[in-house]
Design a protein around this ligand. Structure first.
Ligand code: TXA
Ligand code: MG
Length: 348
């Protein structure tokens, strides 16, 4: 399949009338799949009401069938078609954080969405992305749009159209290039089907922000206990992994440098994933900074690009610094731990 690339300037007025958007929306209405920018990561969009479109999403990504998709909307009225009812706390969260990087799990109406999109569950995840290109495309299509991150399953999520192309060229009908995404990590997933909402995946909206909006909020215990089964099916999979093994180290620059030295002495090519503050202090074969430690949003923004960059330098092993688990640091550490797949090396 030929993958069409369209460039769009997200800052122009009346995006919905642009030929790139109308052409992409036509493809969506014909149950083809198209990658689109959002404020978090690029998504791979398809008609959420069509088994044909949704099965194309799963096969393009090589995604396991038991992992449900997030449905993207441009207007809250769209929810009436496929959501049973909206609990008061969910309503508050929508008013406060939509459009934005927050996915709410709600009870669905039966018989509207493709069963494949929701993996046969009685609930569905929905969000309104805060990106003019995504909103214009959804609106132009007139459809609820199912969209997982537009990477091959298991790879780091894409934050540029180039990342999408390198994973999905020839596997999807088109890619709308709206420039790099901003937030860099995916939306926070919150289950609103229980009295006290539960965070199933940390993301762009922080626990602190959620608490401030609705008071008590819980976190799925499986996020900190690998023996428990996560409530978001996608959280059980290894994800985001660079080609070389990644080990996170809770230690000083000197301690991490000593680990680097040991591996180099064994003849290995060693990478280190660090921050601007520490970049000049390491001697490794490949040193990559993913942003500023004193501004964690910059780390979130560059994280996946950094993980992908290590693949280009073909290192044998990567050591990575850890980050404080508060604010967006919780999402950063969740993704880094999944990319690593090994316990943190504690040196402190
Ligand atoms: O920022 C984002 O959320 C991006 C952009 C493209 O919107 N999308 C994204 O989708 O990250 P995906 O498919 O890569 O991750 C969706 C996560 C998975 O962990 C999935 O298991 C969970 O949401 N999820 C979806 N529906 C669910 C449901 N009904 N119950 C529990 N978890 C659900
Ligand atoms: Mg994903």
């Amino acid at each position: 399949m030929q993958t069409k690339m369209w460039k769009v300037d997200k800052n122009v007025d009346n995006l919905i009338t642009y030929p790139q958007i109308t052409e992409a929306a036509d493809l969506l209405r014909r149950n083809e799949v198209v990658a689109l920018p959002t404020e978090t990561v690029y998504g791979l969009g398809g008609n959420a009401q069509s088994d044909e479109a949704v099965s194309k999403i799963f096969s393009a990504k090589g995604r396991p069938a038991d992992n449900p998709l997030i449905i993207h909307i441009a207007h809250e009225q769209q929810l009436e078609d496929f959501i049973k009812d909206i609990p008061a706390k969910a309503k508050t969260l929508m008013e406060r954080f939509w459009p934005g990087p927050l996915t709410l799990i709600l009870e669905k109406k039966e018989g509207v969405l493709s069963e494949l999109a929701t993996a046969g569950l009685s609930t569905v995840g929905v969000r309104m992305p805060d990106h003019p290109v995504a909103l214009a495309l959804i609106e132009a299509s007139g459809l609820p749009i199912a969209a997982p991150s537009a990477n091959m399953s298991g790879r780091p999520s894409p934050t540029t159209a180039e990342h999408v192309r390198s994973d999905l060229d020839g596997r999807v009908s088109g890619i709308l290039d709206g420039g790099p995404t901003g937030v860099g990590v995916e939306s926070t997933v919150v289950d609103c089907t229980e009295e006290f909402p539960v965070i199933l995946r940390p993301g762009g909206i922080t626990e602190e922000q959620l608490q401030e909006a609705i008071g008590q909020i819980r976190t799925d215990p499986a996020l900190s206990d690998p023996r428990k089964a996560p409530k978001a099916p996608g959280m059980k999979y290894r994800h985001y992994a660079p080609n070389a093994p990644l080990f996170l180290v809770d230690g000083s620059v000197e301690q991490i440098q000593s680990l680097i030295g040991e591996k180099q002495a064994e003849g290995k090519k060693v990478g280190v994933l660090t921050t601007e503050e520490n970049e000049a202090r390491y001697q490794a074969d490949v040193v990559i900074s993913c942003g500023r430690r004193d501004a964690l949003a910059t780390v979130a923004e560059a994280l996946y690009d950094t993980l992908r960059a290590f693949n280009e330098s073909s290192v044998d092993i990567i050591f990575g610094e850890v980050f404080p688990e508060s604010g967006v640091g919780t999402a950063i550490m969740n993704r880094l731990s999944k990319a690593s797949g090994s316990p943190i090396i504690m040196m402190k």
